[in-house]
Design a protein around this ligand. Sequence first.
Ligand code: PMP
Length: 414
Amino acid sequence: MKRFSVEQIRSDFPILKTKMNGKPLIYLDNAATSQKPRQVIETLDNYYENYNANIHRGLYKIAERATEGYSGSKEKVAKFIGADSMREIIYVRNTTEAINTVAISWGDANVKKGDHILITEMEHHSNIVPWMRLAKKKGAVLDYIALDKNKCGLDAQSIGGMLDKRPKVVALTQVSNVLGSINDVKEVTRMAHKTGAVVLVDAAQSVPHMAVDVKQIGCDFLAFSAHKMLGPTGIGVLYGKEDALEDMEPLLSGGDMIKTVHYDSYTWNDLPWKFEAGTSNIADGIAFGTAIDYLNTVGMHNIRAHEKKITKYALDELDGLDGVTTYGYGAKDIEKRGGVIAFAIDGVHPHDVAQIFDSEGIAIRAGHHCAMPLVTERLKQVALSRLSFYLYNRESEVDSAIAAIRKVKKIFKV
Ligand code: PMP
């Protein structure tokens, strides 16, 4: 796209023309899932209407077309994140499944009793629980990199101190889904590799919103979900360095992931298919490729620039409201944060906030955002409300959100 135009982008998203509670829909829950452009929806329809067939097996035209579409989508993903080839791109259901695959498959083979596993205090449950289970199963120790004193980013001293324990694996998020903070995953990876650790990056909130290059980061594994980046639900990515994936056992076994099977033996298929047992999520995989095309056309740098602008605008507006607290870095540190703003209104439960937003046609999330330890134990809140932006959000929608907060304040006399 030569010139970034929110209005032009919006015209591609049918749902943005709908109403919620009689008001035009304002969708500010993009960290949970994104909306889908017509091009992605049409790709799904087109597959089912014109070339629905299983991949890798059929020796007929429409099966070849489906196979090409599915593999082509992986080529696009590989290029999008700077992977060497699609051999490093495993399709799974979502970020959660990608992290579980590493924790179970890699973890089982490499983590022993007494070993350390290192994560951070700002992780989503999907990057906590699989490691906690692994630690429990193996008798390993789960450590946490602490938040800094302002509870925005990671504490530099804590990173060094925890790495001194020589963890087997470091798993951390690139962008927090609560604080919005961007972690320097490249630097953490460099430091972790020096101590011999393997690094997994949870990129669920980064790959959809900014240019991410796995080779530049240097991480061993990276996980993200298509549904947060204009693609369908039910498809996600586990990127792994080829060597790491070659060494790993697949989580599931059966059809398609094997090359040969005899009554007494088997051999695995080549990467990436070794990790995809059974019939793949073909339609959603192909449509994911269309989502990548869409993001490339708009340009990831344009998307990041737009989100920075709208997030800064929102933070400045929220700053001017008495009784409202925002979390994470402020407007002056916009380079260090993504387009996620968690906030609290004095004495008002976030569920009441979300309900009033709903009555205004505004979709936001309220709760612990699947980061209970962070929200309840570090930020000491029962729950938080959250605005999260994407490429199709307008500044006028921020104004509507601010007006809704004023309404909440009025009703609850804050
Ligand atoms: N990690 C982060 C940082 C997230 O924000 C999310 C989704 N909220 C996930 C992991 C899990 O993603 P999914 O539900 O698609 O597996």
